[in-house]
Design a protein around this ligand. Structure first.
Ligand SMILES: Nc1ncnc2c1ncn2[C@@H]1O[C@H](COP(=O)(O)OP(=O)(O)OP(=O)(O)O)[C@@H](O)[C@H]1O
Ligand SMILES: [Mg+2]
Length: 353
């Protein structure tokens, strides 16, 4: 689903927000099926409830929905929930899979009335398919071009009224016309610790794991605001509890396990730490452009920007400024370093405003 480069980097990463090989199966078991089961995101949930309920009352498919936010926050889960709440079938595809407009036309013409069409990574859709989508979203119609050159004709084809659910980790990369055609955009935020605590307890119950409240709170706190990570840490801590203890997850077991897996106090992953270290050690704390920073850690700029930075910003470690990325004093301290004496008062301070 993601770039190979991205998946490769994270292949052995306990902390990555991206799904790991073979993880999709477990994720399916743990996926909430209904809005009421979906923890957190109160704003998006309430907005969605209204959109869905009003459509249900009017007996029409709801407006097209765009879900935007960093990996692992529940976009795919929500898309499935939308279909389940509407009692509708869901067809699933992704931006990169829709390289030719013909692929999309085939998909669209197979939709039944009220179906949900889920396009993951919709910002990566190819241009011709995107243009076809405009008309489909607006008028439930596609123009199929037959023939080539001056003799080419376009045949309008009606499609059944449907609801498009798009997911993106980069809403900024969507073109204006595409974004405008969504009636509702749900902006997913990182989860609060107490919400992730509920996610961990729910997953424990489903997987039959015995866990102490202090332990689930600890896992939640170190999960980078991301349910995918809290579910994964839970499974790693369970492994430890089974092999090195009596199977029950206590706070001590949790701490010892997270130590083994090299999960730091804040739950930052290897790439997060590499970015901070490069910023602080190679560039004196910044400001430095994101592409330069990406080269320094051997990653694609988009990975640094979409996977790594959002959480570093939210954790107060990194600031995005017009002149580039800047490490906060907290970042130096987190790496066990002391910022220069006037740090944050000279060059960088004006940037934090
Ligand atoms: N609100 C939630 N409540 C409980 N579990 C959740 C919630 N959100 C996500 N999860 C768990 O996290 C896993 C990952 O969620 P999901 O696949 O929906 O994320 P995503 O935003 O689509 O990620 P990506 O951008 O990588 O596609 C799910 O399998 C589910 O177990
Ligand atoms: Mg997804």
């Amino acid at each position: 689903m993601h770039d190979d480069s991205v998946t490769d980097f994270d292949a052995d990463e306990t902390l990555s927000a991206l799904p790991q090989t073979g993880e999709r199966e477990v994720e399916k078991t743990l996926r909430p099926r209904h809005l009421a089961e979906f923890v957190g995101q109160p704003r998006v949930r309430e907005q969605l409830e209204l959109v869905l309920e009003s459509a249900r009352r009017r007996g029409v498919p709801p407006d097209h929905v765009l879900l935007s936010g960093p990996p692992g926050l529940g976009k795919t889960s929500l898309a499935m929930i939308i279909a389940a709440e509407l009692d509708a079938a869901i067809r699933i595809t992704s931006g990169p899979a829709l390289e030719r407009a013909g692929d999309l036309a085939a998909m669209l013409s197979n939709l039944a009335e009220g179906d949900v069409l889920f396009i993951d990574e919709i910002h990566r859709i190819a241009r011709p398919a995107e243009e076809m989508l405009y008309l489909a979203m607006e008028d439930f119609r596609v123009d199929v071009v037959v023939g080539k050159g001056p003799g080419a004709t376009s045949i309008p084809l009606e499609i059944a009224p449907f609801t498009l659910v798009g997911a993106t980790t980069r809403s900024g990369a969507l073109t204006g016309p595409l974004r405008d055609r969504f009636g509702f955009t749900g902006q997913m935020e990182f989860y609060a610790d107490d919400e992730l605590d509920q996610v961990v307890r729910r997953a424990s119950a489903i997987l039959g794991i015995e866990i102490d409240p202090a332990a689930s709170a600890e896992i939640a706190r170190r999960s980078r605001g991301t349910p995918r990570i809290s579910n994964r840490l839970l499974r790693r801590v369970r492994d430890y509890a089974e092999v090195r203890a009596d199977g029950r997850i206590t706070l001590d077991v949790t701490r010892a396990a997270l130590e083994v897996y090299d999960v730091d106090e804040l739950g930052l992953d290897r790439l997060d730490r590499a970015v901070l270290r490069a910023l602080v050690q190679s560039f004196g704390g910044g400001p430095v452009g994101v592409s330069t920073l990406a080269v320094a850690v051997g990653e694609e700029p988009t990975t640094v920007e979409e996977v790594c930075e959002p959480y570093l910003v939210r954790a107060g470690m990194l600031a995005r400024t017009p002149r580039g990325r800047v490490a906060t004093a907290a970042a130096w301290e987190h790496l066990g370093l002391r910022p220069p004496p006037d740090y944050g008062r000279s060059d960088q301070s004006t940037l934090f405003d």
